[in-house]
Design a protein around this ligand. Structure first.
Ligand SMILES: Nc1ncnc2c1ncn2[C@@H]1O[C@H](COP(=O)(O)OP(=O)(O)OP(=O)(O)O)[C@@H](O)[C@H]1O
Ligand SMILES: [Mg+2]
Length: 260
């Protein structure tokens, strides 16, 4: 089971716009990601990380090349989202301001083909809140605008704990939080991997965070994967100048992790 291939990309490209404004966001990228792997996609702003993440989610399909999920094309996004879920950069954008958080956590189960009973949904929402260290009573009757950015990011993670998808695409899930909450979120992600055996794609600017959480790191630069390998190899024996530059940019607090 461990070696089953979850995502398989062969020379995939994705473009936006036309004529002079045409942008190549992903350029002839190839990779395989195995079941249960944590892969980080690391690179500077605008290099194509989020577009690649959205291809994995089935939000975009590549114009060129072949992209398979468990050996098949993604034809039905609803089917796909039954198994592949995401946590994105902006947690407020993922929740409706006009519905209570608990209602939305419960409604999230609507995406599942086999929706659990009401009692089971309530139980799983409580369990998920506790998994991200939030007492269910503390968010009872609360709306998204009443929570901080960091708390909302935890609500997104609670949604993942509740739905238990097979694959999680986490695009900069720690961008809005301070170092302490960031460490917690990373620990929750590890917990997801350990308890649910989830495959996780973690998108970040920060190669230090990637080192901490990943089995494998993909370095992206200008729409291409320029280097890929286990964290130790990529950080201790970088082959690409772009990797070396990212290593120089690691905040000191994360540098500690690499030395361990
Ligand atoms: N919907 C879109 N329409 C047009 N261009 C787009 C669209 N989405 C992304 N792009 C362009 O594709 C390129 C890659 O964008 P992407 O969002 O993947 O960058 P990123 O690596 O995630 O950057 P960041 O770290 O800032 O989030 C950029 O040049 C961006 O402007
Ligand atoms: Mg992005």
């Amino acid at each position: 089971m461990q070696n089953d291939i979850i995502f398989s990309a062969r020379n995939i490209s994705k473009f936006f716009g036309h004529g002079k404004k045409r942008v190549c966001a992903v350029n002839e990228v190839s990779f395989d990601i195995a079941d249960g792997e944590i892969v980080s996609i690391v690179g500077g702003s605008g290099c194509g990380k989020s577009v690649l993440a959205k291809i994995m989610l089935g939000l975009y399909s590549p114009e060129q090349g072949s992209f398979l999920y468990k050996g098949k094309n993604i034809t039905d996004t609803r089917d796909h989202w039954n198994e592949v879920q995401s946590v994105f950069q902006d947690p407020f954008g993922c929740f409706n301001q006009f519905f209570s958080i608990r209602t939305q956590l419960k409604d999230a189960f609507g995406i599942l083909k086999n929706k659990p009973s009401k009692q089971e949904i309530d139980r799983r929402v409580d369990e998920a809140l506790l998994a991200v260290n939030v007492k269910p009573a503390d968010i009872e009757g609360k709306y998204p605008f009443e929570l901080s950015g960091g708390q909302m990011q935890r609500m997104l993670l609670a949604r993942i704990f509740a739905l238990k998808p097979k694959v999680l695409i986490a695009d900069e899930p720690t961008s809005m939080v301070d170092a302490c909450v960031r460490a917690n979120i990373l620990d929750y992600l590890m917990k997801l991997k350990d308890e649910l055996r989830m495959t996780i794609i973690f998108v970040t600017h920060d190669i230090g965070l990637a080192y901490y959480v990943s089995d494998r790191i993909f370095i992206m630069h200008e729409a291409k994967i320029v280097e890929a390998g286990p964290p130790e190899t990529v950080t201790q024996n970088p082959q690409s100048q772009h990797t070396i530059r990212l290593l120089e940019d690691i905040p000191d607090i994360n540098r500690e992790w690499i030395k361990k």
